[in-house]
Ligand binder design. Sequence first.
Ligand code: ZN
Length: 381
Amino acid sequence: MVQAFSYKLRWRFREQQSLWAMYVHAKYCSRSSPSEVSPSRRHNPVWRHMFQAGQKIQPLMRWVLGNGHICFWDDTWLEDVPLRKVGNRVTQDNSCVLVLDCWDGEEWDDVKLRELLAQRNCPMALLEKIRLTPFQKIKRDICRWTRTGNGNFSTSSAWQLARVHHPENNIYNQFWCKAVTPSMGVFLWRLVINRIPIDTKLQWRMLHMASKCRCCKKSAIETAEHMFISSEAARRLWNYFGKWMFVEAERMDDEGRTILRLRKWRNFFPGTSQLHISSVLPCLIMWFLWLERNDCTFQDTQFNVGYIKKRVELHLERLIISGIMTKEHWKGARHQHTLLVGRKTRRKYTKATRLDWLAPEGNWVKANTDAAYSSSNNKAG
Ligand SMILES: [Zn+2]
């Protein structure tokens, strides 16, 4: 996010529409082009970020000429790249030539342009292109952003530019579905990325404390794997509900990691939706295990596996009664929920709707508002 806001700051600076932007420009860019200014230690940290951002967003800015207060060589106003990159001769002269320096009254100054283009050995064909480029001295230069359709800068597009894209992880889809409440979803997400304040995690955060699990008669060190997978209580739960799913409940060996357990249950029924019992049930088991553990820790109750089973079953009943979970979401499971026995699987019907197109009245043109297109005759409308 810091990066995205640095891009925004840079954009505001280049727009030159505020007193702040004019001040920074006067302070740092009075003698050289803004793209030539590199961050240094004497700069304010925020401005340093802003100058660094310039290298990233400079190629994404395009200029529409107004009063010509932009750099002739470094800003992109004629071609898709700055003119500095069009020429094939490198010069040591880095002084900032403004576009307005190349005007003679209301026209382009041919002599000056020829001289400039020759300096860097740019093709003379550019001369004609420059001559045909209009400018308006009474207006400001307008900066356009190439990452949005309308050319306006948006922080969301800057964020898309700055963020690191990771491949989609199907496990997370399980947490954000109708069968799993937002509290459960957030908890499961934190569990998978190891952010649950379990004893060993608190110790890792330098909290000096002894670890003692609440789920076993003979206390053990409380780790996420112990709590949710390998403890006596967790094993009993997984075996109990595993028998609903599979013929053999022992098919669950997965090195005791929570994410692997979630993935493995899902993979037993490939191609099913996030609402399938194989996706929902592991989420519920882990969530109610966590609630029971918290009740024991903070309310001094006795750890009760039977109570967790009841809570999981009650939640499933609610999902079935409310119509969120149907018979098709139990497809392939060994056990059918009693509330679903005798119910028919819902069929999906496709409804055909008639649409009429009416010709517009004279002198009117009708746009293709529904985006209809036929590939057979290559016609739209
Ligand atoms: Zn335990």
